[in-house]
Design a protein around this ligand. Structure first.
Ligand SMILES: Nc1nc2c(ncn2[C@@H]2O[C@H](COP(=O)(O)OP(=O)(O)OP(=O)(O)O)[C@@H](O)[C@H]2O)c(=O)[nH]1
Ligand SMILES: [Mg+2]
Length: 475
């Protein structure tokens, strides 16, 4: 088991808010260190049993509750103590000073979780899920982080990795007997397994787009002609006056983003500059930005001014800018309170195939219907998708690398690559793709998958440093 010589300490709660603060201490000397700072009402910390709770005091500083965990039954897998004191910045600081004077050192960000990983309490994907859980801001991102923390996600990846190990074994078998001209049943099995694995790895990698959207908020671009009411709509959806509104076209110059959770999914609403032909430099820059946001959005709310004579042209130009394979467009005929009955039919013909809602951003008319539509779209897209969805860029990159290696293996096996093992027959195998290269590609794929949960890391130190630096102190 990994054991660091150091005993570390850190506040585990945000200092300065709330009634109680928790200070965490972990390491081989945790019990002795705390024991020299805290006096228990009865007994001593260094003799306390694991999973016991004690009342005590740090003389002259505060009364404390002391939770004792003995290795390996603690978060870090080491001896650990948690001190609950009053949430005074001064008290917390004073106790930390005393702990450091007694031999502990201040923990680095994520060091407790890093130790938990190194002690085998959790794999790397689970350790990352701790940070995700802390950062989760919607029901769906919370559920994804929790599943990953509980190891469901790692379990699925291990299954994939094990399939690859099986393929590697079949390949060895094939190579061992390649001198003899025998047809092996394992050949079909190998290809079948490989195809299945490629499909599953591919699906997981593809889920990153959704996973990432869920984590940082599904991007929803509010676009349209100047003065159509985009900023008014953003404000109405948020229920606060976030973006400037005026009757002067070209009010919004830069994009304004704000998140909102609807039905457990986080959305990132982006108000943009009105799109029109202009020679004004700053406005042009704003419009370029609008077009970028439109292109990268998952959901596009195209705002049309129901009273504008150019409504049909505006509808057409919005539809043209949306990529239906990737994006969902909802057209909103705004300002129906002004237009009265005259809006009916306007733009309908062009908008065929797209939802077209009549709203008044100013009065709030039709916004419930708009929210329901957004929720419907979100549900359809993300329902059931929390089953093994990739939310982490590092995992996505590892999966892409694995996929490249696996496709290379497949191409070689089928004889469509630079050489063929199976197609060329056993005698020619040596002259085509060297079998070792094939095995190497397979090993590379296995190693890419392993890197996700932290087994056989190539450059463990670099990888760990990169992962744990984004943790907060005390976690
Ligand atoms: N009557 C009425 N007026 C509205 C409605 N929505 C917006 N307006 C008005 O239309 C004008 C423009 O609104 P904005 O929200 O600033 O429009 P925008 O699309 O953000 O405009 P730019 O930022 O210039 O592109 C303001 O005077 C709003 O009060 C609506 O539903 N009904
Ligand atoms: Mg605006």
């Amino acid at each position: 088991m990994y054991m660091s010589g150091d005993t570390i300490c850190a506040p585990a709660t945000t200092v300065g808010s709330g009634a109680i603060s928790v200070i965490r201490v972990s390491g081989p000397q945790a019990l002795e260190t705390v024991g020299s700072v805290v006096t228990l009402r009865s007994g001593s910390v260094s003799e306390a049993g694991g999973y016991t709770l004690h009342f005590g005091s740090v003389p002259g500083v505060d009364d404390v509750m002391v939770s004792v965990f003995r290795a390996p039954h603690s978060y870090t897998g080491e001896d650990a103590v948690e001190l609950s004191c009053h949430a005074s910045a001064f008290v917390v600081q004073r106790i930390l000073e005393l702990l450091v004077a007694a031999g502990a050192r201040m923990a680095e960000p994520g060091e407790f979780t890093r130790r938990a990983f190194l002690n085998g309490k959790m794999d790397l994907a689970q350790a990352e899920a701790v940070a995700d859980l802390i950062a989760s801001n919607s029901a769906v991102s919370h559920s994804l982080a929790l599943r990953q923390l509980r190891g469901e996600y790692s379990g699925k990846l291990r299954e994939l990795r094990d399939s690859l190990v099986e393929i590697a074994a079949l390949l060895e078998l094939e190579l061992d007997f390649s001198e003899e001209d025998v047809e092996f049943a394992s050949r079909d099995r190998m290809l079948q397994l490989l195809d299945e694995t490629i499909a599953r790895v591919g699906r997981l990698a593809a889920s990153f787009r959704d996973g990432n959207a869920l984590r940082s908020g599904v991007p929803v671009a509010i676009v349209g002609a100047p003065n159509s009411g985009k900023s008014t709509l953003l404000n109405a959806l948020l229920g606060e006056s976030r973006a400037l509104v005026s009757d002067e076209p070209g009010t919004t110059r830069d994009t304004v983003e704000e998140t909102l959770t609807l039905d457990g999914i986080l959305y990132r609403f982006i108000d943009t500059a009105g799109i029109r032909e202009t020679s004004a430099t700053v406005e042009k820059m704003g419009i370029e930005r609008s077009l970028e946001k439109l292109a990268s959005a998952d959901l596009v709310l195209g705002v049309l001014d129901a009273c504008s004579p150019s409504i049909e042209d505006d509808t057409r130009s919005l539809i043209e800018r949306v990529d239906p394979a990737r994006q969902t467009l909802i057209l909103l005929r705004n300002k129906v309170d002004l237009a009265g009955g005259s809006v009916a039919g306007c733009g309908d013909g062009i908008a065929e195939g797209f939802p077209l809602l009549d709203i008044s951003a100013l009065r709030g008319t039709g916004l419930d219907e708009l929210r329901s539509r957004i929720i419907e779209i979100g549900r359809a897209r993300f329902s059931g998708s929390d089953d093994g969805m990739v939310t982490n860029l590092r995992h996505y990159e590892a999966l892409r690398t694995a996929l490249d290696s696996l496709n290379a293996v497949r191409a070689s096996l089928l004889g469509t690559g630079s050489g063929s093992l199976l197609g060329s027959g056993s005698a020619a195998a040596g002259s085509a793709l060297p079998p070792d290269l094939l095995a190497e590609d397979l090993r590379a794929a296995i190693s890419s998958l392993n890197s996700i949960f932290g087994e056989n890391l190539i450059d463990a130190e670099t990888l760990l440093g990169h992962i744990f630096e984004r943790f907060c102190i005390g976690k």
